[in-house]
Ligand binder design. Structure first.
Ligand SMILES: *Cc1c(COP(=O)(O)O)cnc(C)c1O
Length: 420
């Protein structure tokens, strides 16, 4: 299948479920997962594992599929830890990478036996004081001006590390490991997340090189060994037919080479891990929506029954998502249109000046590449309801989350007293 072909299950789903809904294809997730694992295996990257970033697609039905494919889970909040617990994942298959963390969250991560990834020395101190030294602790590195990526356009969601709230400097990292070591931690990891939706393998390889080198130096300085080096997530995907795909094989070879060149056997021969979300599930998801109005004013506006509340990326980042007419047989003329939701918010557009087949009320559209940071970023502004989620697997369709109702929306409101 090419990147923008729609699996048959998506069309079938339109006759089973009211729109809008997100649908995920288990086979496509499995293929994306294999791409990463096979490349890493072929290049013999030591002990490679991906910890799926739960925030990208926080549905336990999907997480269970991913765990079966060999992923650990990367969690950053109480809810994400609860999801890991629900799918029976604990211990060192869970990585807890949080920032501005509460005591309650640390306690939940501790209870699960997760690898704790500290964003700063203040968190390590607090953790040790309240919960004791974690068995396996990781430090989050922010190299500041030491790291620049070459792909400004693709890197717009991350930007300059020195402007990020995450992680700590080289000196602070060393101090964090010193304190952890003194408190009794015996296993250590090093982590950074410096790229987002970045499709240039050279940038990801540069992160690996930087981390391997830093691990070597810190190990010697502090007198510890490293069990794992976490290169972060952020491998980019093809959102537009013009995008070039990430080269997994070139990346994996470069990582293996850098691992060897850094002489990491001198500091514990750490395994290499990542925490990609998008690269695993983005291309396995579609937001299916129905055309409910065609309005011709200054422009032609295709009004659909989904909105920015179901998929925020276009409105928030100006991100491109490909759109197809489901069942398109190529017979219609094309037309330049804006595809819009119903929010009273002018950013609520899935596409601006997009060439699409001439659309009519009742047509079904598939918005592509919504399997990561799609439904998950949903919200209720304007009283819009979060949509259902469907999982297609082995020719079967399973509703894995029902659509929200008005009752859900109002459930948390204190009932009004009767008027006197
Ligand atoms: C969001 C996030 C990820 C996942 O990013 P993707 O672009 O989905 O790969 C991984 N790690 C951290 C710390 C994150 O914040």
């Amino acid at each position: 299948m090419t990147a923008f072909e729609i699996p048959g299950s998506v069309e079938t789903a339109t006759t089973h479920f009211p729109t809008p809904f997100h649908i995920y294809d288990a086979a496509a997730m499995s293929r994306a997962s294999e791409q990463l694992y096979e490349a890493m295996e072929k290049a013999a990257v030591p002990g490679f594992q991906n910890f799926f970033a739960v925030k990208a697609l926080p549905n336990p039905h999907v997480l269970r599929e991913l765990v079966a494919l060999g992923h650990g889970l990367d969690c950053s909040s109480l809810a994400e830890l609860a999801l890991a617990k629900q799918v029976g994942v604990n211990g060192e298959k869970v990585m807890f990478t949080s920032n501005n963390t509460s005591d309650e969250e640390f306690a939940a991560a501790h209870e699960l036996g997760a690898i704790i990834n500290f964003d700063d020395v203040i968190y390590a101190e607090r953790y040790i004081e309240r919960l004791g030294a974690p068995a396996f602790a990781c430090g989050r590195f922010n190299p500041g001006e030491l790291f620049t990526s070459t792909n400004g356009k693709d890197n717009m969601l991350r930007g300059n590390p020195a402007e990020q709230k995450y992680g700590m400097s080289r000196e602070q990292l060393a101090e964090t490991y010193r304190q952890l070591k003194a408190a009794g931690t015996t296993r250590f990891g090093l982590h950074a997340m410096l790229l987002s939706n970045n499709r240039l393998w050279e940038n990801h390889a540069a992160v690996a090189k930087l981390l391997f080198q830093t691990a070597r130096e810190i190990a010697e300085e502090v007198g510890i060994e490293f069990s794992s080096i976490n290169l972060g997530g952020g491998i980019g995907v093809v959102y537009s037919p013009d995008d070039e795909a990430f080269d997994y094989e070139a990346f994996a070879s470069a990582v293996a080479e850098a691992h060897e060149a850094a002489g990491l056997e001198a500091c514990g021969s750490p395994r290499v891990v990542m925490e990609n979300g998008r690269a695993i599930t983005a291309s396995a998801g579609w937001l299916v929506t129905r055309v409910q109005n065609v309005k011709r004013s200054y422009k032609t506006y295709i009004g659909v029954d989904a909105s920015m509340a179901n998929l925020m990326r276009p409105g928030m980042y100006g991100a491109y998502h490909h759109i197809s007419l489901i069942g398109d047989n190529g017979s219609r003329e094309s037309e330049l249109v804006d595809v819009v939701g119903a929010l009273c918010e002018n950013n609520d557009k899935f596409a601006v000046d997009r060439e699409l087949p001439e659309l009519k009320v009742g047509d079904m559209l598939a918005i592509h590449t919504t399997g990561a940071h799609g439904h998950a970023m949903g919200f209720n502004y304007n009283g819009r309801l979060r949509s259902a989620e469907v999982l297609a697997k082995n020719g079967e369709l399973k509703l894995i989350r029902r659509a929200e109702t008005l009752d859900d929306l109002f459930a948390a409101i204190t009932p009004l007293e009767p008027m006197s």
